[in-house]
Ligand binder design. Structure first.
Ligand code: WTA
Length: 635
């Protein structure tokens, strides 16, 4: 038990030093003491970032669902595992106990098996935040199928790309979804996607909105009757520690989305250990992460990390603004939430509203507040600290990524003194480095550079599905023997890290990573568009919003520009999803390019951000005159 729960700063430094001096010994002890394995490992770690290859707990066998469910049954059978809070506050919340979760997951696992899903098969899950989503994820893990959850806000096109990229043979979805006052026709989106997915032979459909949908004979099946008939017992498949557990897509700066592959053993150990410490979870606590399970935050810190600790984890179907802006606080009061984990974009949106929405509710149960997904600005940090935490609940600003599987840099609450906007110290076992553009490590404090990690941690993604070369190029080629995060950061006088944002062409809008390339492709598909470039610009709620520079084709005919703007956003919504819509679209006659033809996004970014005092040397551009035209017409 020694290192599992860190309680003061000295202990943090002590354990940190140990984890860095002898990572293998350290993680072996954690793995040995806190998880159940069917067979122990032959080797704790084998790694080589130049290949790149990382293997933790080679030779070990386990099933993560035994660690998340079965082992809790003797002591926590009647404890709530998942607390489902529906979109509509008038609908009753559902307390799903560990005993019930076991039955549901086994039933669903048996349904998957009966429908031909085998170990290693890929199953796409396209579900709203309803209990079936958790069952589906765990049912896949139970039988060794690889789940690929696609956030149910993505369009049919984006869904089809992801289904095909990993050859999913089954899709699990629902008739529809509720989001605030809206209901969305999810099944219709799936039907459209599947027109381009010949590999999918079965669609399981959960009932949620009871809307009228079409069921394709031979392909589509209602989930509920199948689960009702299925046996409530299903042996967990024996998995090797390095077998894939899931694929989760994330945007790259270029090209199609990257299917990050996480494996069973290391992912389990790291998400469980970080959850316990970073949220200081204790047995009776009620923990709430407001993310969607369609993102990594939901995978690691709604499902796997909490359940591996026998926690009570809230799953919220709704949105922060429905039925009004007090909803989060209403839920905190109602379920006496102890740990609350959300995104800066939500905090900023709520901070704009009247404080009455918050002050109506009793938030005294809160002990820890978390933030994730993008840098939290100072104002939002203070609002969160003053009004939600009443200056008593520490804020854990947790920096991490889909690729890292778990939280990497974060305070430990009640242990690490916090500084607004700083993610503070590396978590146990994490060895960050700041690099300069020449590839040298910048040592010492009060420095700024590109954030890399020097040594593997148990939950690092092992590859990109079907494209190991891209994995190497994206993460391991910028700096020798380092994992490159794509983020910039600085380190202050006491060694605290502050993440300053992406240094590549990924733009984070409301906490969602968006690559420029797919959005530009979507814009360029509009028949009137010749070329386009998008950049991010600061937005007071979303963090960043998208600004598009668009060159129209010269056809001689005049076009209503607002119509074109609407059509472009329509096109983006169809091809990617509404999260990628542009806030501003400026029509231009050209884009600033280098002599080799590369768009100078740096200049476009500055113009869009109204920060043109220091544009740098534009004379080396192929077309320097265009900069003035763009500046003169900026929106
Ligand atoms: C950004 C989300 C600043 C960062 C878990 C990273 C953050 C990207 C923070 C990964 C934070 C995440 N402070 N920036 N606390 N957390 N980011 O893959 O740019 O959806 O690279 O994973 O979000 O986003 P992803």
């Amino acid at each position: 038990m020694s290192n599992y729960h860190i309680k003061h700063l000295e202990e943090y430094y002590q354990v940190y030093r140990k984890s860095v001096r002898n990572p293998e010994g350290f993680w072996e002890e954690i793995a040995e003491e806190h998880f159940i394995w069917r067979k122990k490992w032959d080797n704790v770690l084998e790694w080589d970032f130049s290949k790149p290859e990382v293997k933790w707990f080679q030779g070990a066998q386990l099933n993560i669902t035994e660690n998340c469910i079965d082992r809790h049954l003797p002591t926590r059978r009647n404890k709530t595992a998942i607390l489902f809070e529906p979109n509509d506050p008038k609908e009753e919340a559902l307390h799903i106990t560990y005993g019930q979760l076991f039955e549901k997951v086994c039933k669903m696992a048996n349904v998957l098996k009966a429908n031909g899903v085998k170990k290693g098969d890929r199953v796409c899950i396209y579900l709203p935040m309803i209990p079936e989503l958790t069952y589906a994820v765990l049912a896949c893990a139970r039988i060794g199928a690889i789940h690929s959850v696609v956030f149910a806000g993505f369009s049919s096109n984006a869904l089809a790309t992801r289904i095909n990229d990993s050859d999913c043979k089954m899709v699990i979805t629902s008739d529809g979804s509720f989001r605030g006052s809206k209901s969305i026709d999810l099944k219709g989106i799936v039907d459209k996607a599947l027109e381009d997915c010949p590999g999918v032979n079965t669609v399981l459909v959960a009932k949620r909105t009871k809307s009228d949908i079409e069921m394709v004979e031979g392909r589509d099946k209602w989930l509920a009757p199948l689960m009702a008939e299925a046996s409530a017992d299903c042996d967990a498949e024996t998995m090797n520690a390095e077998d894939p557990l899931f694929i989760l897509y994330t945007s790259g700066s270029t090209g199609k989305p990257k299917g990050m592959v996480h494996t069973c053993g290391g992912y389990m150990v790291y998400t469980a250990y970080t959850f316990k410490n970073i949220f200081q979870y204790r047995e009776e606590d009620v923990y709430w992460c407001t993310a969607d399970i369609g993102w990594i935050t939901g995978h690691s810190y709604i499902v796997y990390g909490p359940l591996a600790n026998g926690a009570t984890s809230i799953m919220f179907e709704g949105v922060p603004s429905y039925p009004d802006f007090g909803r989060f606080w209403e839920v905190v009061e109602k379920h006496k939430v102890n740990q609350f984990y959300t995104a800066p974009t939500a905090i900023r949106a709520l901070a704009k509203e009247n404080l009455d929405y918050l002050e109506k509710y009793d938030l005294s149960s809160l002990k820890v507040l978390g933030s994730v997904g993008e840098p939290i600005n100072e104002e939002a940090w203070h609002w969160y600290n003053n009004n939600v935490g009443k200056k008593k609940s520490p804020i854990v600003d947790t920096w991490w990524q889909t690729e890292t599987g778990g939280i990497m840099i974060s305070p430990i609450p009640y242990v690490t003194p916090t500084t607004p906007t700083f993610a503070t110290l590396p978590f146990i076992g994490i060895q960050p480095a700041l690099m300069d553009e020449e590839g040298k490590e910048i040592k010492g404090n009060q420095v700024e550079g590109r954030l890399c990690i020097k040594f593997p941690w148990p939950s690092i993604a092992r590859t990109i599905w079907g494209n190991h070369e891209r994995y190497r190029d994206t993460y391991f080629s910028a700096y020798k023997d380092m994992y490159f995060t794509g983020d910039g950061a600085n380190r202050d006088a006491v060694g605290y890290y502050r993440i300053t944002g992406r240094v590549d062409d990924v733009i984070i809008v409301s906490g969602h990573n968006l690559g420029t390339a797919p959005i530009e492709d979507a814009i360029n598909e509009h028949q009137a568009v010749a070329e386009s470039a998008i950049v991010g610009f600061p937005h007071d709620v979303k963090g960043n919003a998208l600004y598009g520079y668009v060159i129209l084709k010269e056809t001689g005919e005049s076009r209503d520009r607002d119509n074109v703007r609407n059509e472009i956003n329509q096109q983006i919504t169809e091809l990617i999803g509404p999260i990628a819509k542009l806030d501003k679209i400026q029509f231009v006659s050209g884009l600033p390019k280098t002599r080799s033809g590369k768009i100078m996004r740096r200049i476009l970014r500055k113009i869009a951000s109204n920060d043109t005092s220091n544009l740098g040397d534009t004379s080396t551009l192929l077309n320097p005159e265009i900069v003035k035209e763009i500046m003169d017409n900026v929106l």
